[in-house]
Every structure is written in C-alpha cells, then in structure tokens.
Design a protein around this ligand. Structure first.
Ligand SMILES: Nc1nc2c(ncn2[C@@H]2O[C@H](COP(=O)(O)OP(=O)(O)O)[C@@H](O)[C@H]2O)c(=O)[nH]1
Ligand SMILES: [Mg+2]
Length: 235
C-alpha cells in the first residue's frame, strides 16, 4: 500500500497570503489544463474523487492541498495539535493554458503560480504533468524556467501514454528527456529534471511515479532519520 493512499483533502487557497503555515515538505502538481493532472492525482492516491477531474477544463483557479499522515486531520484542521501529525502535503495547482479564461483571471493564476513555485520554501519538488502527445508547450517551458533557478527537482509525467504506440511513446520520452536535459545552471550542470511515461487509464508508470514522489518528499527515509536526528524532516 502506498503512503499516497492516505491523502485527504486539507485546504483550498486563493491567495499566497493564505498558504498553510505547515512546515512539512510539499510536492506540487502543475500542468496544462486537460493534461490529465486531476486524474493522475486520483490514481496515485487510489481515490476516485480526491482531485476533481473534469470535462470542462479551466474551472479550478485555486490551489488545493491534500495531506499525508494524520488521516483524521481533514475534519479537525482548525485544531493545531492535529496538524502536527501531517507528514507531507500534495498540492494541486491551477491548470494553465485554458483558452477561455479571461485576461485578468489568467494574470491572477500566472502570478499565483509563478510566485508559489519560486518562493515557497516548503516546496520540495514539482511534478509536471504533460500530455505525451503535446509535450512542452510554451507554458510548460515557462514553468520550467520559473522553477529551474530554485535548483529543486522536477519529475515530469508524460500522461495518456495509452494513446501512443510503443514507438511513439519511446520517442516522446526521449524528446522530453532531451528538453529537460537542455537546462543547465551557470556551471553547465544539468538541473535535477527527470521524466517517465504515465497512463492513468492503464495505470502504467504508477509504481515509478509513486516511488519518485515518496522519495522527493523524503518519506522513505523518515524512520531511519528519526532514530538518529530528531530535527530530520524539518525544512
Ligand atoms: N486516455 C486517457 N485519458 C486520460 C488519461 N488521464 C486523463 N485522461 C482524460 O483527459 C481528460 C482531462 O483529464 P483531467 O484529469 O481532468 O485533466 P486536468 O485538467 O489536467 O486535471 C479527461 O477526459 C480524462 O478522462 C489517461 O491516462 N489516458
Ligand atoms: Mg484538473
């Protein structure tokens, strides 16, 4: 059983000033509207309706938080002592690129997303959800460029891989890795950007994605760390 299956709704925020004051590591899911982000979150967390998967994209313009650990916290989240039991947070960011969102709403999410990914210290890594048939649109590249200077990892899920044959899937993965590998820091070192194929429909790539997320959140080291160092896990 994956730790991600414990995920429970935690809170929704519309403004950066309302971000939770939790100190546990969080991992954020970002992606173009309709890329399959909500469906991927649901499959990873083994829950049908945790994140809202929609046929009318572009409607969620806020940030949804899900907690791992302290399973009853969702019902008691005003009680600070319960919040202590949370081990990590999953963050569902607003989908970008939906054509019919108005100019001012678009600007609002863009500022919200950019500020969040660049400034949120608790953010351990980004899961970038990209449709394997439409890899790396302009806004995906924008996201990479916002995030790269933080030096934190990005793991890219190339979703809906069930729609591609074996050859096209392999090409999509190779192209994605080439693009991700083309980002280098001022010393010419590549950023910690990785990619894999993923299908929510076929549940393929699920173990690889789960292991990566648990790893990026530091949850697989927690038992060992706790016995040696009581401050391990603090951000
Ligand atoms: N074939 C296929 N369709 C998918 C997959 N993941 C999502 N979809 C479909 O793509 C559409 C958008 O998915 P959704 O998760 O709402 O995208 P979001 O806007 O990124 O959250 C929905 O109709 C989903 O059923 C997948 O792995 N394979
Ligand atoms: Mg969605």
């Amino acid at each position: 059983m994956s730790l991600l299956w414990q995920a429970r709704f935690f809170t929704t925020v519309n403004h950066l000033r309302d971000l939770p004051k939790t100190q546990v590591p969080e991992i954020a899911f970002a992606g173009r509207s309709n890329a399959g982000k909500s469906t991927a979150i649901n499959v990873l967390c083994n829950q049908k309706k945790l994140a809202f998967a929609s046929k009318t994209p572009g409607r969620t313009q806020h940030i949804n938080y899900f907690s791992i650990g302290g399973a009853h916290v969702g019902q008691h989240r005003k009680d600070e002592t319960r919040v202590d039991e949370i081990r990590a947070l999953l963050v569902d960011l607003p989908g970008y690129g939906y054509a019919e969102v108005s100019g001012s709403a678009k600007l609002h999410w863009q500022e919200l997303l950019g500020d969040y990914v660049q400034r949120r210290e608790q953010l351990a890594a980004l899961i970038l959800i990209v449709d394997s048939r439409r890899p790396f649109t302009e806004l995906d590249i924008q996201m990479l460029e916002w995030f790269a200077p933080t030096g934190k990892p990005i793991h890219c899920l190339l979703t809906k891989s069930d729609k591609l044959n074996r050859n096209d899937s392999a090409n999509a993965l190779r192209t994605a890795r080439t693009i991700l590998g083309s980002y280098v820091d001022e010393n010419g070192q590549p950023f910690p950007f990785t990619a894999q194929l993923f299908s929510s429909l076929k549940r393929s790539g699920l173990d690889e994605a789960t292991d990566r997320i648990i790893d990026l959140l530091g949850l697989n080291e927690e038992v060992a760390d706790e016995s040696n160092d009581p401050t391990a896990g603090d951000v």
